[in-house]
Write a protein that binds this ligand. Structure first.
Ligand SMILES: [Zn+2]
Ligand SMILES: [Zn+2]
Length: 373
């Protein structure tokens, strides 16, 4: 009898190819494309190919169709010579302001159902998130992380907080914000307005601190009153003043609360926890960052880095928009434990079939799985 064919990385490349073949120029949503640096990694070779540029969208599209890359990135920066190999010779002309929200940086309840760790020292392994090995105390920990709908909803709520801040506090309008799925565990929010392109790293650092609520002096928000302190500004003020005031009024249920400084501090910390946005600051501060191309496929998930409007995120139709490959149930065999929950699916240890797009994700991200096709 003939052996059943199994899905391998090279057949995954064929799947990516079928996706890129049907992509159109309208799916490439990069402004000033000829000023951007592009970078690719491929299924059949290691490393990253950088310092590549394209005169026009059609040429990038041809390259995607011809090479079916595993990962595609472009620079948030605009360059005079984007293909120059030496960063200093590229002629930096500015960079988009980009925020990265990734559940890697956020505590979620679902991680014990899907994230795995292995101690490189003693080989102990387990589920969830550990900083050090509970067996030997070793800190060399290898992680394999997964994404599920719970993760996405947590990341999405962070996007909403950020969008509100960018609109209300920074005066940006919704149409200036471009939100995409990162392809794995979160979202990217791009701002391309001319006013932000010229911001240097110090200015971006200020924005990061603001978004994270760092360095706000609570005393400027309070005035002395009857042996304590009351809020100087109300919930109708703006920015962090309004956020903290709203939180205080909500927690205390009083119209004009008077508290001592210590109690105000507690209120303040509570407000921070709730309102600060969990961004990865390394992305925002970097003015020469490479970031995933919108509508390209992520090589470790097979999911599309799809753009989203706030409205679409609110409706919660997530998986349908990022899922590229079929839902058809296919036979699998496993050589070890699978995560119990990924994407929109709970996986039981006795599962012998999975929807194809879930099985592909498991394989691409290194789960012990064989897929019979
Ligand atoms: Zn250990
Ligand atoms: Zn999750």
């Amino acid at each position: 009898m003939m052996e059943k064919a199994q899905l391998t990385l090279s057949s995954a490349k064929g799947l990516f190819q079928s996706y890129y073949k049907q992509l159109t120029v309208g799916d490439i949503v990069v402004s000033s494309l000829s000023k951007r640096e592009f970078a690719f990694s491929y299924f059949d070779e290691g490393g990253m190919h950088r310092h590549i540029s394209f005169e026009e969208t059609g040429k990038l599209l041809n390259h995607l169709r011809a090479s079916s890359p595993k990962h595609v990135y472009y620079s948030t920066a605009y360059y005079l010579y984007p293909s120059a190999k030496d960063m200093d010779a590229k002629g930096w002309e500015g960079a988009d302001l980009v925020f990265d929200i990734d559940v890697d940086h956020i505590e979620t309840d679902c991680k014990s159902a899907h994230d795995q760790w292995r101690c490189k020292t003693c080989n102990t392994s387990g589920w969830g998130n550990v900083k050090a090995c509970p067996h030997c105390g070793g800190e060399a920990i290898e992680k394999r992380t997964w994404v599920c709908e719970t993760c996405i909803n947590v990341a999405r709520d962070e996007v909403f907080k950020l969008v509100e801040m960018l609109e209300m506090d920074f005066g940006l309008s919704l149409h200036e914000l471009f939100i995409t799925f990162s392809g794995h565990r979160g979202f990217h929010i791009h701002v391309e307005s001319p006013a932000v392109r010229v911001l240097n790293q110090d200015a971006r650092r200020e924005l990061i601190d603001y978004v994270k609520g760092l360095g706000i002096d609570i005393r400027v928000m309070l005035v002395k009153n009857k042996g304590g302190f009351k809020l100087r500004y109300g919930a109708n003020s703006s920015g962090w003043y309004a956020r903290i005031s709203r939180w205080a009024l909500f927690m205390l249920g009083a119209e004009d609360p008077v508290l001592n400084l210590r109690d105000w501090e507690k209120i303040f910390i509570g407000s921070m926890k709730k309102e600060a946005v969990a961004i990865d600051e390394n992305v925002t501060i970097d003015t020469k960052r490479l970031i995933r191309l919108p509508n390209s496929l992520h090589g470790k998930t097979g999911l599309k880095a799809a753009p989203f409007t706030v409205n679409e995120l609110e409706k919660g139709e997530f998986i349908e928009k990022v899922k590229v490959f079929s839902k058809e149930e296919i036979k699998i065999s496993t050589g070890g434990e699978l995560p119990k929950k990924v994407l929109d699916l709970e996986i039981s240890s006795t599962s012998r079939t999975l929807p194809f797009y879930v099985a592909l994700y498991l394989m691409l991200n290194g789960a012990p799985i064989k897929i019979n096709v």
